[in-house]
Design a protein around this ligand. Structure first.
Ligand code: F6P
Length: 548
């Protein structure tokens, strides 16, 4: 920590003590223009952070912290395609994939524009062939089902977006996603599908991932069993940076779609990894999605820090995480089609910033990524909102809501919006014990009942949230939402001085699983080298399976 960074953090600590007694209710009461001051618009998208415990001074101190962390220099290097992923010696240049217009795209000294556009055009042409019913299975019938096989960044983004943009998928093709090595996933996904009409897209940056390759082999066996040894080439496509492995798997070259090592897995849905989405919604809608990401890139690059939505999202997150000590962050889309958005964000945020060492390998001096979680509203209201309102943990919330529905009943949507706004208002306002008592008296409760029940009906309030309000959940809006969170994650990594673009933390479990697999598969292999708990679990499982 540089002295200036430490000083900026100390100023924030002191500031927290100075404003801790000022409730959100009081902040609104004192400032009739608070909503205008603490909200920012990007075209028809509004970021409202007026229900956060911030004042002008807070934002000033937070931007000073970002400056002390060298944020602007780090952002410049990131946007210039420099190798910011220092443990792997790579750029993290997913922004180049959505730079639809403009000049050269320099990454590692090479202009990538032509290569990016060629790969995008190849994906678009293949998608159009499928959407027009011109891609035929081995038996000569058109492909009707597209099953993506991938995991993590090769699944969550396309799966989330395909669901989010379902109203834009008008070709009649069926889209499904298989990720888990649990055989139930592929078995349940393939149930009811006709192999002769099914295409598998094997999506894997490395083309070595255990889950994906296991599922891909099972899918190939399913095709061969139904259609014969010569059939797979008509039923498989692949997306990867490992083109030779795709060829070795038997995918014809004209169905292999590439991308580059400077695209991180969890940032890859803008690349050929978006193929299942392109097939589902068509190349033009996908271009709109890319344009939404590009809108945010320009805003992130150009807007002053205190009017910069992803920077503000990041700074508010740092305020909660590092100064208020809040360990979790909830994302609640009031949008059923965004049901997988929290899961998508979990990988984006927690795999990027769940780190304990700085870029130089020293222990980080402060807390990094919170636990990100969430479910769509209104469902969450009937599940975990109790804790949000009255629990002992304070979890900052992001609410997401569209002004208008797409292909849904407007009356339902009014109810959805009312519930979303009501929840953020209730979290902020709360209900004092006196108000709870007054409400009980108004209902005719006796004084004894008032005394007994009022504590249970009291809400502390002052619980922070931000709201992202957008016109409707179309491809451009989704592109904006994803890019906003990507740049939020980058900004926090810059402040914490960690590398957001590697993921060494997933390696150990993979290594141990590889070593355990033969022991698990054998009824007799020695467990002596295992720790006591793992050996005990292997033995218990052997006992259970022996009873079959
Ligand atoms: O498990 C970690 C991870 O490497 C993720 O970062 C990645 O998105 C996922 O696995 C899938 O990797 P691949 O696309 O190489 O199959």
């Amino acid at each position: 920590m540089t002295p200036s960074f430490r000083e900026a953090l100390a100023r924030l600590e002191a500031h927290r003590h100075a404003i801790a007694h000022r409730t959100l209710r009081a902040l609104f009461a004192q400032d009739a223009r608070r909503f205008e001051t603490f909200s920012v618009r990007l075209d028809d998208l509004l970021f409202d952070f007026s229900k956060q415990p911030v004042t002008d001074v807070t934002i000033a101190h937070l931007t000073e912290l970002a400056e002390a962390a060298g944020f602007e220099g780090k952002r410049a290097r990131f946007l210039a395609g420099e190798p910011v992923n220092n443990t792997e010696g790579r750029a993290a240049m997913h922004m180049a994939l959505r730079a639809l217009h403009g000049g050269p795209l320099s990454i590692g000294g090479a202009d990538m524009r032509a290569a990016i556009e060629a790969e995008r055009a190849k994906c678009a042409a293949f998608a159009e062939t499928l959407r027009a019913g011109r891609a035929l299975g081995a038996g000569g019938r058109p492909i009707r089902n597209v099953v993506n096989i991938g995991i993590g960044g090769s699944d969550l983004g396309p799966a989330m977006a395909t669901r989010a943009l379902a109203p834009f998928a008008t070709s009649g093709l069926v889209s499904r996603f298989v990720s888990n090595v649990d055989g139930a996933d592929i078995a349940d996904t393939l149930r009811g599908l006709d192999p002769g009409e099914t295409l598998f897209v094997v999506s894997s940056k490395t083309f070595t991932t255990l889950e994906t390759m296991t599922n891909a082999r099972s899918a190939r066996a399913w095709i061969v069993a139904a259609l014969g040894e010569g059939a797979p080439s008509a039923h498989f496509a692949a997306v990867s940076t490992n083109l030779s492995a795709c060829a070795a798997f038997g995918v014809p070259a004209d169905r292999v779609f590439g991308f580059w090592d400077w695209v991180g897995g969890r940032y890859s849905m803008w690349s050929s990894i978006g193929l299942p989405l392109i097939i589902a919604i068509g190349p033009q809608h996908f271009a709109d999605f890319l344009a939404g990401g590009q809108d945010v890139d320009a805003h992130f690059r150009d807007a002053p820090l205190d009017r910069n939505i992803p920077v503000l999202m990041a700074l508010i997150g740092v305020w909660h995480r590092n100064v208020w000590g809040r360990a979790t962050h909830a994302v609640i889309p009031y949008d059923q089609r965004l049901a997988r958005f929290p899961a998508y964000l979990q990988q984006l945020d927690m795999e990027s910033n769940g780190k304990s060492v700085t870029r130089e390998g020293a222990p980080v001096a402060m807390a990094t990524a919170p636990v990100v979680w969430g479910e769509p509203g209104t469902n969450g209201q009937h599940a975990f909102f109790q804790l949000l309102h009255q629990g002992t943990e304070v979890a900052p919330v992001d609410f997401l809501i569209a002004a208008e529905p797409i292909a849904a009943d407007p009356h339902h949507h009014d109810l959805l919006v009312a519930n979303c706004l009501a929840q953020s208002a209730a979290l902020m306002t709360g209900r004092t014990q006196e108000e709870a008592a007054a409400a009980l008296r108004a209902q005719g409760a006796s004084e004894a009942e008032v005394a007994r029940l009022a504590p249970h009906k009291t809400f502390p309030g002052d619980r922070p949230s931000s709201t992202l309000l957008y016109r409707r959940l179309d491809p451009r809006t989704l592109g904006r939402l994803v890019a906003l969170y990507e740049h939020k994650v980058f900004t926090q990594a810059a402040i914490w001085d960690i590398n957001a673009f590697d993921q060494w933390g997933v390696e150990l479990g993979k290594e141990l699983a590889t070593r355990l697999q033969p022991i698990v598969a054998s009824p007799t292999a020695s467990t002596d080298a295992l720790d006591g708990s793992t050996a005990g679990l292997v033995a218990a499982r052997r006992a259970l399976t022996a009873q079959r």
